[in-house]
Ligand binder design. Structure first.
Ligand SMILES: *Cc1c(COP(=O)(O)O)cnc(C)c1O
Length: 248
């Protein structure tokens, strides 16, 4: 674990530097960008390692896996910081496709859902939040590239979906999320990120009653152009933690 900690530490340092440099190239304030460390497929000890290195935002893409991991992480941190102040301050992000039947668990355990991809899912989240008396911050996932394999609202669907979603009292839209296609060069992902930003700007004009602060875009292979194009949340796994262990 020692060696692993220093490897993750070095990776984190590099990732943070690259985010900062990309922000500076675009004349942006680097503190506007939140690093969401993606721990899907990683054991609880890896989350704890990230936490010890100062990471407070973690991303998971499957509700079931996350619900198993969260209490283990809390336990490990509590036993290690014996007597220390309070529970760990972790913000959990749901970044993967969310099935409607998992919405109830998701709204109770995540601080932000990045992946609202249908009006029906938004309605289900609203219903589940109403039952527990909370309001769920969400991002709308947009399939900018139009690839058939990807989830997300198509750009031409977004304008019809938004008024239906922002009318839901227990759902709070905070912005947009996208995944760029897998490309050879990070630079090739840039047009998709730019398109998401333009879409966000159009939505902010048309629907000023919602908040459009966040753009969740950029992963290990393409986060630098994403930051240059305005990302406020970058979701990075492998560049920090290395390749994921094979799914078991
Ligand atoms: C896995 C995943 C990431 C992180 O991918 P890396 O290539 O490991 O950085 C980001 N976003 C989503 C939605 C993911 O599923």
């Amino acid at each position: 674990m020692r060696g692993e900690l220093s490897r993750i530490e070095e990776n984190l340092r590099r990732v943070r530097q690259r985010i900062e440099a990309a922000a500076q190239r675009a004349g942006r304030d680097p503190t506007e960008i939140t690093l969401v460390a993606v721990t899907k497929g990683q054991p609880p000890a890896v989350v704890v390692a990230g936490y010890r290195l100062g990471v407070r935002h973690f991303g998971e893409n499957r509700v079931h896996e996350a619900l198993e991991k969260m209490p283990r992480v809390a336990e490990l941190l509590a036993s290690k910081q014996a007597g220390d102040a309070g529970p760990p301050e972790i913000t959990w992000h749901m970044i993967g496709h969310l099935q409607r039947r998992k919405a109830r668990d998701a709204v109770q355990h995540f601080a932000l859902i990045h992946s609202v991809d249908t009006v029906r899912l938004a309605r289900e989240i609203n219903k589940r939040c109403q039952a527990v008396g909370r309001v769920m911050p969400v991002l709308l996932e947009v399939n900018v590239s139009g690839e058939a394999t990807k989830f997300g609202l198509r750009p031409e669907e977004v304008f019809a979906a938004v008024p239906q979603i922002i009318a839901l009292p227990h759902v709070r839209v905070m912005g947009l999320m996208t995944m760029a296609p897998i490309v050879e060069e990070p630079e090739e992902a840039r047009p998709y990120f730019r398109r998401l930003r333009e879409l966000r700007d159009e939505l902010a004009d048309r629907f000023p009653e919602a908040q459009w602060r966040h753009l969740s875009m950029g992963m290990t292979d393409d986060f630098e152009p994403a930051v240059e194009e305005g990302a406020t949340l970058v979701r990075i796994g492998r560049a920090i933690f290395g390749e994921r262990p094979p799914a078991g």
